[in-house]
Write a protein that binds this ligand. Sequence first.
Ligand code: IFM
Length: 451
Amino acid sequence: MTEPDPVFPPYFRWGVATAAYQIEGAWDADGKGPSNWDTRAHRPGGLAGGATGDVACDHYHRLAEDLDLMAGLGVGSYRFSVSWPRVQPAGRGRWNRRGLDFYDRLVDGLLARRIEPMLTVYHWDHPQAIEDAGGWADRDTASRFADYAEGLAVRYGDRVRRWITLNEPLSVMHAELTGPPGPPVRRHGLRVAHHLVLGHGLAVPRLRAHVTGAEIGISLNLAGTTPATDRPADVAAAARAEAYEDRLFLDPLLRGDFPHLDGKPVLEAGDADRAIMAAPLDFVGVNWYAPAHVAASESGVFGYTRVPVPGASTNLLGWPVVPERFGALLAWLRRTYPDLPPIQITENGYAGLDEPDGTGSVEDLPRIAYLRECLRQVRAALDAGSDIRGYHVWSLLDNLEWDHGYRPRFGLVHVDFTTLARTPKASYRWYRQFLDVQRRDGKDGLRPCFG
Ligand code: IFM
């Protein structure tokens, strides 16, 4: 007999997450400017399979249908991102009214369906003009970003209470360090990391100034690191991996300095910058998919490499499928950062091939099994003392998985990228039922903050 799904406290908020470049399409519609990702996708040999975000899920033109899919699911929270080049095409100065209007329609459509918006200011797509000026390797981008964030707060702060400054700065840094050859590739990873946290810290008070009752956080991709063996070289490699990944942003955000290795910070920042970076946060967003099992390696940028988790299967992206390790990451957070603000799980998901069967149905049972176990881990972490307030499945829709193109699918809803037809998968039906149980047993667990 399968174990029943866990029941969560009534305050827990349930949602789904997406990001602009991965779903919107309409890459040059209504005054939108080109982004770094448009350029990356359009160059020869760009993204896998020749994919681009030109159309993606065409969410920009199918907003009402996608909002109805969320309402049908029964979620109380939707995490989305704003495309910077859609609303401020040159990355400074002039705002694009038609782009801003789109997010008005999105926010209003959510509130009308009693779904609370959670707005990510930056999920990797910035105006090409910003890229041309050096992207995040240029310190001025931090100031441009803070101006942009403030502009969004002025526009949406009356209706959007929950804000995420950056999504996964670590991934942005890694793209700099390990990006494929050809422009735009630079080797300024740590400088990029510095400017990202600085931009975040500059943005936080600017958001707070315009958002009543603001809840401001940042989404970090965290793993939970273990050494491949107990050989000293692998143990030291795991400590480096922890410093350069899991602690790289948490330490400056929560402790006011970059992590130290061998008595030295992995990245030097002056006192003034460190004070800005440590701006108080209302929550930390955790994106979790898989743990990091690492071994010493001279070819790794920081002297380590990820190795397979013994005995674990892998998903379509080659990531180990070990949902039972989610709890270890949450326990590590409790131990390492006793003053950690409340946690929002801002992403958790599973990459599959998800082909429709002969009847057109997508029976994505491995995704359901993975998500169920992750949720059991989250529930156990609550019992163990973690302060976790919400959970978002990545993702509502199958979408553009960046350099990997459209083959890896993460959605609860299948998207046929030829016809753009949406078909809820078995996981959509499972999540809907799971949320029904939460509503019943948790009484008012899905009541939005507004309305
Ligand atoms: O698709 C991405 C998302 O944009 C950021 N977090 C990880 C997801 C899966 O790779």
